[in-house]
Ligand binder design. Structure first.
Ligand SMILES: [Zn+2]
Length: 469
């Protein structure tokens, strides 16, 4: 080590806050195993939404917090449905940080799960914890709970409150988060948050490399009803002005939509970070936004999953109309799920739809609209998450991992937090395969105990970095 660096290190050690210097790190194997055992029990708590019954999750988490002496509050937003907010007090020198999760899970088709590891079993077998919500997102919820518990047990002095926010109804209507944001934000008021969003995906861009995406932006929505009107009549006499025909032509016109590609800044920053882990030509291409666009344009825009990151999408998800095979209805309609990049409003999308389908027999009605939003990467929490994501248990930076910002094509409750001025990030610190990722909302959802150990270490270390006094 060169002398100036050695001097800096000595100075840094001298100046390090005593609370941190005196704080031993938790034993990650024991802490991770404890987290896995809590998760096993949490997965057995039935919070399948609908109907949610998230008050069961609040009671479960609350009992653990009581044992640890961490105060918490229950906020009820509907009968049997509530959210939990728990708080580790800091000095108040900085605004609080929120560790956000949702306590509800989506329904499952149990027949596609192993008989000895059903959706509500929480069974631990072959080193994995099985159950609906293991990845989305009770596993992350437990990492957040255990982060609070470990900070308390280690006696870490905090410069800000660390707040656990466990909300209900994310999967259907964001009812829990809307209730907190609209009625109780004065009790919370965090400036930064971590929630679900990105995750570590193995072999995503390069074989042997895990890419940790940290969600910094989420697409907005325009859910639209497209209705065609025409004369009613007998099914035996087809006429192009009848509503179902008008609707079919409109649907075809939407299929012809050729949206412009938009390269969100997060995508280019992500590729730049990945490039820094590569060599030669790959490194050179990925470090240049212009060359990246040129080299990856075709590959990214020809795969539906990555194409959705580059464009405003229009997806026809439902048709409805007549009731009988021989009756032509006056109206026939279709539902459009449009997802909007930052910079496109729901009204912009309505204007696009009207331009694509100028037929006066068609009308568009906005059922629900939300504008996309984003948080900067120039932020202490973002930097801490990105740094610890690629660090191994010895503290060394992994050669086989990279981290960077991503634009999520779906939205989470973070979309509701950013308009309040919160820097909101989505990052579940698990390392999984693409097949594992498909178990979220699919079959055989599970998480390894190894992921609970490493995930807790990563999350705890990042939260410690930005909250210790
Ligand atoms: Zn989720």
């Amino acid at each position: 080590m060169a002398r100036p660096a050695a001097l800096l290190l000595a100075l840094a050690t001298f100046l390090a806050p005593p609370a941190l210097a005196a704080t031993p790190a938790p034993d990650w194997t024991a802490a991770g195993d404890e987290a896995a055992s809590v998760l096993s029990r949490y997965l057995q708590v039935d919070t399948v939404n609908p109907d949610g019954h998230e008050d069961r999750a609040v009671a479960f988490l609350g009992a653990i917090l009581d044992q640890e002496g961490i105060p918490w509050t229950e906020y009820t937003f509907a009968p049997g449905r509530s959210s939990l907010v728990a708080r580790l007090k800091g000095s108040g020198q900085e605004a609080p940080i929120c560790l956000v999760s949702h306590t509800d899970v989506v329904p499952s088709e149990a027949q596609f799960w192993p008989a000895d590891a059903t959706p509500l079993s929480g069974v631990i077998k072959d080193g994995e914890v099985w159950g609906r919500g293991a990845l989305d997102m009770k596993g992350m919820g437990v990492l957040e709970l255990q982060t609070l518990i470990q900070l308390k047990r280690q006696g870490v002095a905090l410069k800000r409150d660390v707040i656990l926010v466990a909300v209900g109804d994310e999967e259907v209507d964001s009812g829990g988060m809307r209730d907190l944001v609209e009625h109780h934000w004065a009790d919370i008021g965090c400036s930064e948050s971590v929630n679900e969003g990105g995750i570590g995906l193995q072999n995503l861009l390069f074989e042997g490399q895990t890419l940790y995406g940290i969600s910094v932006a989420e697409k907005g929505i325009a859910w639209v009803k497209m209705t065609a009107t025409g004369p009613a009549g007998h099914g035996s006499r087809p006429d192009p002005v009848q509503a179902p025909h008008v609707l079919a032509r409109a649907a075809y016109a939407l299929e012809q939509y050729k949206p412009e590609l938009h390269w969100h800044w997060s995508l280019l920053e992500l590729f730049k970070n990945v490039g820094a882990t590569q060599h030669g030509l790959t490194r050179m291409v990925l470090s240049s936004p212009g060359l990246t666009k040129l080299a990856l344009r075709h590959r990214l825009s020809s795969n539906p999953a990555t194409r959705a990151v580059l464009i405003n999408t229009i997806n026809l998800t439902n048709y409805s109309g007549g009731s009988s095979p021989n009756v032509v209805p006056t109206e026939a309609s279709a539902t459009l799920d449009c997802r909007l990049l930052p910079g496109t409003t729901p009204d912009d999308m309505l204007a696009t739809l009207r331009a694509l389908v100028p037929d006066p027999a068609i009308r568009f009605e906005l059922l629900q609209g939300r504008t996309a939003n984003e948080s900067p990467t120039d932020d202490a929490l973002y930097r801490a998450l990105a740094a610890h994501a690629v660090t191994d248990a010895t503290g060394a930076v992994r050669a086989d991992a990279a981290a960077g910002p991503v634009l999520s094509v779906g939205f989470t409750d973070s979309l509701l937090l950013r308009p309040l001025g919160v820097h909101a990030y989505g990052f579940v610190p698990f390392e999984i395969s693409l097949d594992d990722a498909n178990t979220m909302h699919g079959h055989k959802e599970r998480v390894s105990i190894e992921n609970m150990r490493n995930g807790l270490r990563i999350l705890y270390s990042a939260i410690l970095d930005v909250s210790h006094a």
